[in-house]
Design a protein around this ligand. Structure first.
Ligand SMILES: *Cc1c(COP(=O)(O)O)cnc(C)c1O
Length: 471
């Protein structure tokens, strides 16, 4: 089986098989249930001792695709509303296949000019799409978690520099932790990044004015106005909170951070897309004043997992943080990008392929319509629920809906909401889950998939209302 000629002979067959299976899978996304209840039991079919002698590519792929199709979570289908998950547009999925087939190492210009070129263009187009100033450089990472890490490690370099030391070379031993300020909307992945940076997650101060986590802007202003020995503060603002889709008041925060010389990092994993549509643009106003910005591609841009973007304004903080070679001799943002200086990895896949293809295929208008479509469908769903007497807890400003269900006899709404959620999941027409918001149980619905139609919303709405009527 290790005869190279024999392996080469398998290649074309393997690729055709993968294409056939992928087409069958994606073709069934709209109708097949999100998760076969028997799927978990079938997973054990994969179990076996390490084979002594391999089965060959065709058998391996046939088994993977066959059992895989039975057990995969169809989260890229049109009625999957759990978490905040996009699907995969045709161009992005095709480009993702080519990423693997061409197997470019997007480490530096020297390892793949093609990889660097496409990533550079993708970043320029994204800056244009999100209307960010040109001085921002961007890099492609695995998702918002690593984008938060990338933005915040640049913040760490900058902060240490203000205090007269080099955190990247010398480490943090003996240094006081900086003030890290946010609202209760802070995503756990940003806290994870703060932990990875050695700042200590417990040092994050969440300045909330209510149990939903809304920012106490006055407390932030007072905190920033006070001089502190720990140097300038690092403020993390949240654009698109994962329950209600709400935003911190970014314009006001940016005014404060500029006035007091603090670093502003904005986590806009899906919320940055609000800037594309006239109706939601105001929510993301002020993000252009940030020092670093996080956004995901595998959410609202609907490229396959995994892909996110980090934008950082200050090139020296950015390169100092992530390259042992520092920023010397490089022209920031030049055509010849050496990605490894700006990202947390050395070797990495050419994530620029799917983003390039997604933006090229959809254009500014296509991406905007995808965002507007999600918002319109979220409003349709919320209106439909409300019209049937269901309580909608949040202002549906974007793609997120929080619904709460009250029993007819005026009993326990938490228990009722959880019961409706589990009935909807058991029915399988659509897939969604629950959360706790303001101390109340709520059904959470997120609509960011490019392929969701009005009919999908109406069918899902009917299934939810059927679940309300009960057994
Ligand atoms: C999804 C999300 C994250 C984490 O993103 P990953 O891509 O899963 O790493 C961070 N912040 C916000 C606001 C999110 O919605």
């Amino acid at each position: 089986m290790t005869d190279p000629l024999e392996l080469r002979g398998e290649l074309e067959q393997a690729l055709s098989l993968a294409a056939r299976e992928a087409a069958a899978y994606t073709g069934g996304l709209a109708e097949e249930p999100v998760l076969d209840p028997a799927a978990e039991g079938l997973l054990d079919g994969f179990e076996a001792p390490l084979p002594e002698h391999g089965s060959g590519a065709i058998e391996a792929l046939t088994e993977l695709a066959g059992r895989g199709r039975q057990t995969a979570t169809r989260s890229s289908g049109p009625r999957f509303f759990h978490f905040v998950m996009g699907g995969t547009t045709p161009a992005a999925l095709g480009a993702d296949w080519l990423t693997s087939a061409f197997d470019q190492v997007a480490y530096a210009w020297a390892s793949s000019p093609l990889g660097s070129k496409l990533e550079g263009i993708a970043v320029r187009w994204l800056r244009d799409l999100f209307e960010l100033p040109e001085e921002f450089a961007g890099v492609l990472v695995s998702g918002a978690t690593m984008a938060n890490f990338t933005g915040l490690i640049a913040a760490r370099s900058w902060w240490a520099q203000q205090l007269g030391f080099d955190a990247d070379e010398a480490g943090l031993a003996g240094a006081a932790a900086p003030r890290i300020l946010s609202s209760g909307y802070l995503h756990p992945s940003a806290a994870q990044a703060i932990g990875m940076l050695g700042f200590g997650r417990a040092n994050i101060r969440r300045l909330s004015r209510d149990s939903a986590g809304r920012l106490d802007l006055e407390a932030l202003a007072a905190e920033l106005a006070e001089p502190h020995a720990e140097g300038p503060a690092i403020v993390i603002a949240n654009a698109g909170e994962v329950n209600a889709g709400d935003f911190d008041p970014i314009e006001a925060i940016a005014r404060l951070t500029r006035e007091h010389g603090a670093w502003l990092h904005v986590d806009g994993a899906f919320g940055l897309f609000a800037r594309l549509a006239p109706e939601s643009r105001h929510l993301g106003a002020g993000i252009e004043h940030a020092d670093s910005i996080t956004v995901d591609a595998h959410k609202w841009l609907n490229v396959p997992y995994d892909c996110g973007y980090a934008f950082v304004r200050d090139p020296s903080a950015h390169a100092d943080a992530l390259s042992p070679l520092g920023a010397a001799y490089i022209v920031y943002g030049s055509a010849e990008r050496d990605e490894f200086r700006w990202v947390p990895e050395f070797s990495r896949r050419a994530r620029g392929f799917p983003t390039y293809a997604a933006l090229r295929s959809l254009g500014r208008v296509g991406v905007r319509e995808m965002v507007e479509g999600g918002c319109r469908l979220a409003t349709r769903m919320a209106d439909g629920l409300r019209g049937s007497g269901v309580e909608i807890l949040n202002d549906v400003v974007l793609d997120q809906i929080l619904a709460r269900f009250h029993p007819a006899d005026g009993g326990d709404a938490d228990a009722c909401t959880r019961q409706v959620i589990s009935r909807v999941q058991a029915d399988g027409t659509c897939w969604l889950s629950g959360t706790t918001w303001h101390g109340m149980a709520a059904m959470r619905i997120s609509i960011v998939n490019w392929s969701t139609t009005e009919e999908d919303i109406d069918r899902s709405l009917a299934a939810i209302l059927e679940a309300v009527r009960g057994e």
